[in-house]
Design a protein around this ligand. Structure first.
Ligand code: TXA
Ligand code: MG
Length: 315
């Protein structure tokens, strides 16, 4: 299959409405979408990615009214989150609408709903005029794509169309919050910080690393975000070993920087998150063998960054 590249959201939406798979940008990472109400098309998302069928998809909507097509009810705890964070990089888990095809939710009785904030995504979703289930547009296990070229590298020839936007702003995925429990629980740390959620809601549980939430958020069970190179986590750059096929990314500079194949010193957490997956893919293109990645203080965006780093380093 040839994968059409387009900068026109209406053209990409037209492909989706005709049953196609479309890669599209959001403010977090690129997604791979289909029409929620064409289950055969949704099934092809799993095939194209090599994604296990037990890993549910989050559904993207343009307008608040569309949530009613996807979810059965909106629990009280979800209301302030909708008000404050949507549109934006937050996914809320709600009770599933009985008519939503079960291939999307992998048989669960809940559904993840996300309303992206990027204007290009909004134009695309408006033209689709249907809810759009979409995981990140990478081959399963690989780093999430932050550019359309990365989508093409992973899925070119396997999907119908790519909507070409710029490099994504956040670089790390949405925060996934389960609103069907009291208090709500963060199942995946992401671009919206736990501190920001607590400001709005007060109590928020965070057990993203525990067995229980790993079971409830099936995607967190699998190895993830991994480049071909081995990722080694360091707290301090002095723990690294320089070499021409070794790369480094972190907030503090290693010494001597010239002894590495590539060094990425990030000015702050936002820049680190923005660059991380892109750096992983760049290092693979250059054939590097080891990527040293510095862990960060576990507050704000640091929680999401450490989570992605740990998963990328898992063997
Ligand atoms: O930023 C993002 O969230 C991106 C963009 C494209 O929107 N999407 C994304 O999707 O990261 P994906 O499929 O790569 O990650 C979604 C995560 C997975 O870990 C999945 O298991 C979890 O959300 N999830 C989806 N539906 C769920 C549900 N009903 N209950 C618990 N976890 C769910
Ligand atoms: Mg993903």
């Amino acid at each position: 299959m040839t994968t059409t590249l387009t900068t026109f959201p209406t053209e990409a939406a037209d492909r989706l409405r005709r049953g196609g798979l479309v890669g599209f940008p959001t403010e977090t990472v690129y997604g791979l979408g289909a029409d929620a109400f064409q289950p055969e098309a949704v099934k092809r998302i799993f095939e194209a990615k090599g994604r296990p069928a037990d890993n549910p998809l989050i559904v993207h909507v343009r307008r608040r009214e569309q949530i009613g097509q996807v979810a059965a009810t909106i629990p009280a705890a979800a209301e302030p989150l909708l008000e404050r964070f949507l549109p934006g990089p937050l996914t809320i888990i709600l009770p599933r609408h009985p008519e939503l095809p079960s291939v999307i939710t992998a048989g669960l009785d809940t559904v993840g709903v996300r309303m992206p904030g990027l204007p290009l995504t909004q134009r695309f979703l408006a033209a689709c005029d249907t809810p759009v289930p979409a995981p990140s547009a990478n081959r399963s296990g690989r780093p999430s794509p932050t550019t359309w070229e990365a989508v093409q590298d992973d899925l070119g020839g396997r999907i119908d169309c790519i909507l070409q936007g710029g490099q994504t702003e956040a670089g790390v995925e949405s925060t996934v919050v389960d609103c069907t429990t009291e208090p709500v629980e963060v199942l995946r740390p992401g671009a919206v910080s736990v501190e920001a959620l607590r400001d709005v809601l007060g109590a928020v549980r965070t057990e993203s690393s525990t067995e229980a939430s790993a079971l409830r958020s099936p995607g967190t069970r699998h190895r993830h975000y991994a480049p071909a190179a081995e990722v080694r986590l360091v707290e301090d750059p002095s723990e690294t070993e320089p070499g021409p096929k070794h790369a480094y990314i972190g907030l503090d500079a290693p010494a001597p920087p010239d002894a590495f194949g590539a060094v990425f010193v990030e000015p702050d957490l936002e820049a680190y998150a923005h660059d991380l997956f892109h750096v992983f893919r760049t290092c693979d293109e250059k054939g590097f063998e080891i990527i040293y990645a510095q862990t960060v203080p576990p507050t704000g965006l640091g929680r999401a960054l450490n989570d992605r780093l740990r998963r990328a380093a898992a063997r």
